[in-house]
Design a binder for this molecule. Structure first.
Ligand SMILES: O=P(O)(O)OC[C@@H](O)[C@@H](O)c1c[nH]c2ccccc12
Length: 295
């Protein structure tokens, strides 16, 4: 484990222990179980086994992230208003939202999540470093529809229990992996919504090759999300060509001068090379298109 992740997890464990001392797990559990149903998160994404000839075929689904700062990039947008961003992302056509709720390293909070969620009707992921079931109940009580589970951050036994708890609470779990071994662990524990993080946790650099490399290992009954380092339309196109349809995008949307347009640009229908040519050729001279039949 990288020192940086280890440091974050250490701080996180202390933070959660302090909150649990204020409000015991039992109280939180009671509150969680009385919450209204979450919004469906996984089904807002593209599932690979869907009929590929449907109207959704080839469509791009964006989980748009609300993130003020990050340990690797420092301050991104310190004055970010979560409700305003949530609405802009929704207007741009985002399929779901991700809200950083970690405060020491990402300057987020559970209040950000609530503010974002109440401004839109999209499902919302609580983006945090989950090290305790306490945070899963807490996510539910804060109206999250999904939580992040980072394979590298927890023992396999915890991952298994956390996935089962999410299931019982009706929460989706985005299980994050960085390599083949972590993906195997995730699948062994029953993960069905898998995030492939392109950020190398040692160097903090991103490479889309991670998503491209792991894509063929994702079973057909799983939903894959490519995470991190997606800057523009050409990145999306590279990944779409490999059969990837779901993307978690943060920095490039947060930094964009117009977040609504920035999302819309990423999801615009792709124009295939053949289509481009079709619009450029002169109209056919004869109407007898029989020879084109079946083409
Ligand atoms: O800002 P980017 O490069 O578009 O990345 C978004 C998201 O993938 C990234 O914020 C992230 C992925 N996994 C995480 C785990 C914790 C905190 C943050 C993350």
């Amino acid at each position: 484990m990288s020192d940086r992740l280890a440091k974050i997890l250490e701080v996180k464990r202390r933070e959660v222990a302090a909150r649990a001392a204020q409000r015991p797990l039992e109280d939180l559990r009671r509150l969680a179980e009385a919450m209204p149903k979450p919004r469906p998160f996984a089904s807002a994404l593209y599932a690979g086994r869907q009929n590929n000839s449907g109207p959704q075929s080839g469509s791009v689904h964006i989980i748009a992230e609300i993130k003020r700062a990050s340990p690797s990039k420092g301050m991104l947008r310190p004055d970010l208003n979560p409700a305003v961003y949530a609405q802009a992302y929704a207007r741009g056509g985002a399929a779901a939202l991700s809200v950083l709720t970690d405060s020491p390293f990402f300057r987020g909070s559970l209040d950000d999540l609530k503010a974002a969620r109440s401004a839109v009707s999209l499902p919302v992921l609580r983006k945090d470093f989950t090290v305790s079931v306490y945070q899963i109940y807490e996510a539910r009580v804060s109206e999250a529809d999904a939580v992040l589970l980072i394979v590298r951050a927890v023992p396999e036994g915890f991952l298994r229990d956390a996935l089962a708890l999410c299931d019982a609470l009706g929460l989706s779990a985005l299980t994050e992996v960085h390599d083949e071994a972590e993906l195997e662990t995730a699948l062994r524990c029953g993960a069905r919504l898998v995030g492939v993080n392109n950020r190398n946790l040692k160097t903090f650099e991103t490479s889309l090759d991670t998503s491209l490399r792991l894509r063929p290992m994702i079973p057909v009954d799983c939903i894959m999300v490519a995470e991190s380092g997606i800057r523009d339309r050409s990145d999306i196109e590279r990944l779409v060509a490999a059969g990837i349809r779901n993307f978690l995008v943060g920095e490039s949307l947060v930094r964009a001068s117009n977040p609504e347009t920035a999302v819309r640009r990423l999801i615009e229908p792709m124009v295939a090379a053949g289509d481009v040519r079709a619009t450029n050729v002169s109209p056919p001279r004869a109407k007898s298109g029989a020879s084109h039949h079946g083409h």
